[in-house]
Design a protein. Structure first.
Lengths: 443, 443
């Protein structure tokens, strides 16, 4: 598996001269970012982006670690065979037109490439994938340009997905939210490499601290259980095809049947896997998990300049089983030094709508250093004239696990211009839900 | 109540010369936007923003319909008494420092202004509010400038809230999402006007089609039930203080005890009130309700160029009890004319990731005109090179009730530059949840 992510060189089979073609974009992304040699392969040998083009991988002198195939489905067997002869052991097949079409021809074509792969001992990711991504060495073998899909910076999350579109969205949204990523794989029809292989690899990969994925069906139940049992890292999964409606949608696009959801869900619980209920939950959880922080207990303190959001956060914390202890008299006295008389120090700590950055700083420092709480939820009603983007400087100093709730137009502006990562949520309930997740992780 | 929203003129008592003061901002907002005369009142009579200042309302010659009081709590009784003598019957008291402080003095001060109001027959909104807002006549009596809090354009939603901060956030977020508003009231300590009065007024107000509110406690249970029974409009409520945690937070900031949530929740069901579970749900529901469309049934069709999101939307639709019927053979044949062979026409209609604007247009037109579905969920993976902001021109032509799911950085850009309103959601599940709401409304 290692060479899928850390090849010394890559051949792009089907590297195209036409700018809009998939084979062109993949080659361009790799040429610009990958820290290693990239070989374009195409029978038409005019240079692409100034690079010498090889008619076949067999014409490349150097040994090749990884091949990306982006040619028409009908040509895949031929070029895969050439990969085999060249001794390439890792191949990503981007091309679609196989079992996912639901046609007999597609299924047969997939069987044929399976045979070739077996004959030559080639490991395959795909077919029907948007590619793979490794932030560490610039291995961006996806067919999307930055202008359409933003790519995340380096981080500790590794993500796998059958669905290519989910892969695209994940890259783009994590980048937009300033969340870093280690590796991402869209494994498509899972002809060979599947969810179990990827969890297994990520669970030993040094750069990966959090494993996340979107699963439609589990191909190899026994191995899946085995890798979950062995895994020691945080793992979050979102399941598609939980219901008969979803299963129908699944089978229409990735050529697999949805598993029995209840069985699946119980297995996840057994192995301490965090199950995201919705797409939004998945992204929200990744956001807080990417901080690498774990809350030691369930004692939450809410600091707010917006009474109403303090109430909503409190209600939701109760509902999710978090604790909201009242601060000790000593702690209350300490906070009161910096608060007006009409502020509340009971938890939520309501520092009132006229709070300025300094008041936030004083109170947050006291609570961050207190032993009475395990985590902080900080509500910032940024719409008051007393506050602006400099609140970020205060928030980034917090050591305890925390989440920020900040919403509206000014918040959007701040988030857009944020150069660092902060776990900011648009609603109090989403922030509480995320904190709950890190209060359940084992160190 | 009418004169709170449609006064011919307004006196701003405590209109300040200092730019950062509440009394200055309110006067400025009204002066710039209100379609009627505005009188600044302040014992210091130097002109403010070039306008003649009156030492007291008693010095104004004209009859006054509405007074906004933004002076220190200690001066409120005096100026309110003057309002009484002047014959002003509608007063908004912005000032805080009353029962919400939890102090005995605050409570006494509130009792005192209650007595004055009763003596002169004055109706009061407040104290401790961020003000009131009417988009129709530019009555922006809030103490926030556009640079901090965006204000929504005209629309059919009227919103009430005890919590001032929820009022601010609502204005700002509705504006950001291009959702229009009719009227907004922050009624603070509810010394006089409360949630029941406002629901009653909005239920007869011509400009209001949807009533929405954030409630912490119900002051007058009997009247509350009565107005809900009489109301014929769509009504959405979010309750704060549902739990003991939330109730504690509530009492700390608005001087009222949270009611028994279960009783409350059952009452809402009985009167067909839509209860939002979270802040995000509330905004999401307002978004779809502001379209004014009602789905005639539960038959949903999902159109997607992103297989994974089609699966998630289908699962969630099942979970919420919506129907996802397979199109008739006739309809399938009609769609197939415009789709590649590998597309799926089973519902979700997966028009595949290479769909361009034209393909969306053809398929959406067919489904919009079909009698087989009551509403549409349109997933647009906008990250493909085939799509851009021109998709908006296609979406705006749809006649059936619909919601759009579009997420990521390109979607954010499109939403930001959107000149019209479209019910766009960032996740498939949120879009489904919103559609469910309009499938339950009665025409």
């Amino acid at each position: 598996m290692e060479k899928f992510f850390y090849p010394k060189n890559v051949a792009v089979i089907g590297a195209s001269h036409e700018e809009r073609k998939i084979g062109h974009v993949i080659f361009k992304n790799l040429l610009e970012k990958f820290k290693g040699k990239v070989y374009p392969v195409n029978p038409k040998t005019e240079p692409i982006l100034g690079q010498k083009v090889y008619p076949s991988v067999l014409d490349i002198e150097e040994e090749i670690d990884l091949a990306i195939i982006a040619v028409n489905a009908s040509i895949v067997p031929k070029v895969l065979e050439e990969c085999g002869k060249k001794g390439i052991k890792n191949v990503v097949i981007i091309s679609s037109g196989f079992s996912e079409t639901g046609s007999l021809e597609g299924k047969k074509a997939e069987e044929k490439i399976k045979e070739i792969a077996r004959a030559y001992g080639i490991r395959i990711i795909g077919p029907n994938t948007i590619g793979i991504f490794n932030s560490e060495n610039g291995l961006d073998a996806t067919f999307f340009l930055e202008k359409d899909v933003k790519k995340p910076k380096e981080g500790c999350i590794s993500f796998f997905t059958q669905s290519g579109t989910i892969g695209i969205l994940t890259l783009d949204i994590l980048a937009k939210e300033n969340i870093g990523i280690a590796k991402l794989v869209s494994y498509g029809n899972a002809l060979d490499v599947n969810e179990a292989d990827l969890i297994e690899y990520f669970s030993t990969d040094e750069k990966t601290k959090v494993i996340a994925g979107f699963i439609e069906s589990v191909r190899n139940g026994r191995k899946f259980l085995e890798v979950l049992r062995k895994n020691k890292k945080s793992i979050v999964l979102l399941k598609g095809g939980k219901t008969s409606f979803g299963a129908r949608a699944t089978s229409s696009h990735t050529a697999s049947l949805a598993g029995d959801y209840k069985v699946y869900s119980n297995v996840l619980k057994q192995f301490n896997v965090i199950e995201a209920e919705t797409w939004e939950d998945l992204i929200d959880y990744l956001k807080i998990l990417s901080t690498g922080k774990i809350a030691k207990g369930k004692r939450l303190v809410i600091i707010t300049n917006a009474g109403g959001f303090g109430v909503l956060a409190s209600d939701y914390a109760f509902r999710l089983g978090l604790e909201l202890p009242e601060p000790s008299e000593k702690l209350k006295e300490e906070m009161k030094k910096y608060l007006p008389l009409y502020a509340s120090v009971r938890n939520p700590i309501d520092i009132t709508a006229d709070a300025d950055i300094e008041r936030y700083e004083k109170i947050l420092r006291i609570l961050d250093e207190s032993e009475e709480f395990d985590m902080l939820l900080i509500v910032v009603l940024i719409q008051t004239p007393m506050l602006d983007e400099r609140i970020v400087d205060v928030l980034k100093e917090i050591k305890k696990p925390f989440a920020v709730c900040m919403s509206g137009s000014k918040a959007e502006e701040i988030r857009k211009n944020l150069r660092l990562f902060l776990p900011i949520y648009e609603s109090p309930e989403r922030a509480v839900k995320a904190l709950k997740i890190i209060s359940e992780l084992k160190a």
